[in-house]
Design a binder for this molecule. Structure first.
Ligand code: C5P
Ligand code: MG
Length: 195
């Protein structure tokens, strides 16, 4: 099971908050190790998996792009995989489309198999799994099918009002200084993975 490893203070408490920063995200970090080590060390045997959670507009995608660049992760977005499956007109495509249209969660086995295929087709052993798990069934299916737990779980905890504002101004997000501020909080978690 996951254990909370750190909960970082709100950026709002920084001395010079930028315009969108007043209610900006905090984030929480869990790791699944039972050792006393604060920062999990990458294993050469099992893949190093980070689950990245948070609502739309919480900064998941933006921070994932920075983690890919800084630490060489492969970014796997569950939502993107599902949309790609729909676009490919596969047998699962229409079921997935119907489920997403209803605002429901796609059967876990389907999503996990797509994630598994993506991981297996990569030479990398460091993955950011973004937008997953969305449910307890997702988590359980991942552990059963992939046969491992995540090394780290990042949760970008953002007030709803802030997420709405960001989604409505989506292409302004990158212009806001908080992206780098938040990444400076994320970076030490993966210090052991520095290239
Ligand atoms: O994460 P994103 O907003 O791109 O996901 C789009 C949709 O894909 C969700 O609303 C949900 O219906 C589906 N989804 C899912 N299981 C996941 C991730 C996304 O069913 N783990
Ligand atoms: Mg996304």
């Amino acid at each position: 099971m996951w254990r909370r490893a750190a909960s970082l203070s709100p950026l709002a408490s920084r001395s010079k908050p930028s315009k969108l920063c007043q209610e900006a995200c905090t984030f929480k970090v869990w790791e699944s190790f039972s050792s006393e080590s604060e920062i999990p060390t990458p294993s050469r045997v099992a893949p190093y998996i980070t689950f990245v959670l948070g609502g739309p507009g919480s900064g998941k995608g933006t921070q994932c792009a920075k983690m890919v660049e800084a630490f060489g992760f492969t970014h796997v977005s569950a939502g993107d995989l599902l949309r790609r499956e729909i676009a490919s007109n596969s047998a699962y495509g229409s079921v997935i489309l119907g489920t997403i249209r209803e605002g429901k969660i796609v059967p876990s086995q389907v999503t996990v198999q797509l994630i598994q295929k993506e991981m297996e087709s990569s030479d990398n052993d460091k993955f950011l799994i973004d937008g997953f798990p969305r449910s307890e069934q997702n988590r359980e299916a991942f552990e059963r099918i992939i046969g491992t737990e995540p090394s780290v779980v990042l949760f970008f905890d953002c007030p709803e009002q802030e997420m709405v504002k960001r989604v409505l101004n989506r292409n302004q997000i990158n212009a806001v200084g908080t992206v780098d501020d938040i990444f400076e909080k994320v970076r030490p978690i993966f210090a052991a993975l520095s290239k």
